[in-house]
Design a protein around this ligand. Structure first.
Ligand code: ARG
Length: 570
């Protein structure tokens, strides 16, 4: 569509005797198809020409000379609406897609640039809760989006594997460790130990003292406690990895908070040297303009904070990855933390790099009645249980439909997990999400299974046609035969895919792709309900198959970016 946009800009520029580059960015894409393919608002010109926008639009329209691809121009309330000849659009888009095939989305935009994405980041010895699922799913989608644009992306699982609570867990483990089966049920055991020790500490001062001593020892890297901590970490990770495996998520780095234990002194020193810290009630803080709360770097007992560790991590990421962007995906509860951290980061990584750090917040996950799903609820029902339930239910649905695939378990997994991911990415991330398994598993409506089902339809049409793929994946087809309304609408929408991915990257908003792929699926559904694809007329059949193939490829690409697999049967 880019070339048509240029042509439109050219035509306007000529009429106005201006430079094309001044015009191009002003050109919009009308929301309503009735308003044409491009629109040019004349409001800004009103001042310059001292005339009403409507009058200016009329005058420009008069001066526009016929050109190769512009079919007509209309004036509607201060806008010039441009209609491109459908046949030309269809030919140009289809040619490009069919020529590039699976490489259609390839981009070099990000070549040579590193993007760090910090996502998932559960806290060891605690359950992987539903908020971490959101971070994982949104983070992975953003990872894939940047990857598609050609960036070198580094996925970082910044584990919450440090903090005073480990002093307490270690104390409990020393006392009662043998009563628990850590190997079998690590997180449940560690949570139980924590709760029990915390309870006991209320009665017994020595537990608290020991816990503090344990944490100090851990900070100093003393062998016995470090061994225990390592064990807790490894066992927790093993449990998380089962979830990552179900979701198909991997990371390039697992450097968590503990990794920065010996790297915080440098941060404190830098802030001291730059004279930006002040003492406040015994703590060391950086005061921030416009923020009521100062940012705490050292607590009054001298220990560091979550922010101090994040600053150390930021500096490390600058050194190791020289990032073009450093993205953090967490719930909106951490907005204040990141706002403060980024402000202090200016002193640590410099203004330039601090500007490249982005917090990507998301909303809460709510249960059916809009109630908050709490972490505590997550102890009895783990996230793994929820994922497995989605998989089992998908299998039941398939069986109810009388499906007897050999690989029914694998397909159920793709549907169940895909449904959860899709639901997570369906709306603007900042919105709270309703988690209702029954709704998200429906095969119709705006769901993952619906889009997967449309993918399967495209695939089965291509197979049923028995036409050799070289025949419809060919550039020598007569694309102008695609002139039905449903065909033109689908093709125009397909051509937006690259622009959608770019926008999703700029806004850190995977839901743009989710909404887009829903549109593609429903436009395709309209098309194949109205028109036969496998028909007598071979030339027409071939171009129609080419369109089915283009749809198939683009749905697949989009779902893959979202982290969702495409089953080949459903
Ligand atoms: N572990 C934290 C939590 O569960 C999230 C960490 C996010 N990343 C960061 N660099 N602070 O809330």
């Amino acid at each position: 569509m880019e070339k048509f946009k240029l042509e439109v800009a050219e035509a306007i520029a000529k009429a106005l005797e201006k430079d094309r580059n001044e015009i191009i960015d002003e050109i919009e894409k009308p929301k309503d198809k009735k308003m044409g393919d491009f629109a040019y608002p004349c409001f800004k010109l009103s001042k310059e020409f001292k005339k009403s926008p409507a009058l200016i639009a009329e005058e420009i329209k008069e001066k526009i000379v016929a050109s190769e691809n512009i079919e007509k121009v209309e004036v509607v309330s201060g806008y010039l609406n441009f209609f491109i000849k459908n046949q030309n659009i269809v030919e140009s888009i289809m040619c490009e897609i069919i020529e590039k095939k699976e490489n259609y989305l390839e981009s070099v935009e990000g070549a040579g640039k590193n993007v760090c994405i910090d996502y998932s980041a559960p806290n060891i010895a605690k359950p992987f809760h539903i908020g971490h699922l959101r971070s994982t799913v949104i983070g992975k989608a953003i990872y894939n989006i940047y990857k598609k644009l050609g960036y070198n992306v580094i996925g970082i699982n910044y584990l919450g594997d440090f903090g005073t609570q480990f002093g307490l867990v270690i104390e409990g483990y020393k006392r009662w460790g043998t009563e628990y089966n850590l190997e079998k049920d690590p997180i449940k055991s560690l949570v139980d130990i924590y709760v029990r020790t915390n309870e006991a500490a209320k009665e017994d001062e020595t537990i608290k003292e020991n816990a503090r001593a344990n944490f100090k020892a851990l900070e100093n890297g003393e062998a016995e406690v470090t061994e225990m901590w390592k064990k807790f970490r490894a066992l927790s990770l093993k449990e998380y990895e089962r979830i990552y495996k179900i979701l198909g998520v991997t990371f390039d780095s697992y450097n968590g908070e503990a990794y920065y234990n010996d790297k915080m002194e440098e941060i404190v020193n830098i802030l001291r040297e730059k004279n930006v810290m002040v003492k406040s009630e015994g703590a060391m803080v950086v005061e921030l303009k416009g923020h009521e709360l100062p940012c705490m770097i050292l607590k009054s007992n001298g220990s560091t904070t979550y922010t101090t560790r994040d600053l150390a991590a930021a500096l490390d990421r600058k050194r190791v990855y020289d990032f073009d962007k450093s993205i953090y995906v967490t719930s909106y509860e951490q907005i204040l933390h990141f706002t403060q951290m980024f402000k202090v980061a200016k002193h640590i990584v410099g203004e330039e790099y601090a500007k490249r750090m982005v917090h990507v917040p998301f909303g809460m996950v709510l249960g059916k009645g809009g109630k908050k799903i709490s972490t505590r609820g997550g102890i009895n029902v783990t996230l793994e249980d929820i994922l497995n339930e989605a998989i089992t239910k998908s299998k039941e649905i398939l069986e109810e439909k009388g499906k007897t695939f050999e690989n029914i378990d694998e397909i159920s997994r793709m549907i169940g997990v895909g449904a959860i991911i899709f639901n997570d990415l369906k709306n603007n991330r900042i919105k709270d999400e309703i988690f209702n398994l029954e709704d998200m598993l429906k095969f119709e409506g705006e769901t993952g299974p619906y889009v997967q089902y449309m993918y399967v339809r495209t695939k089965s049409i291509l197979e049923k046609s028995k036409v050799n793929e070289e025949e419809y994946k060919s550039n020598n087809l007569i694309f102008k035969l695609l002139k039905e309304k449903e065909e033109v609408n689908l093709i125009k929408e397909l051509s937006r895919v690259k622009e959608i991915i770019k926008q999703a990257a700029n806004e850190y908003e995977p839901s743009l792709i989710t909404r887009y792929v829903i549109d593609i699926a429903s436009l395709f559904s309209k098309y194949y309900n109205e028109h036969q694809i496998i028909i007598e007329d071979r030339e027409l059949m071939k171009v129609r198959l080419a369109l089915v193939y283009a749809t198939n490829m683009i749905i697949k690409e989009c779902l893959e970016i979202l982290g969702i697999k495409c089953p080949d049967k459903m």
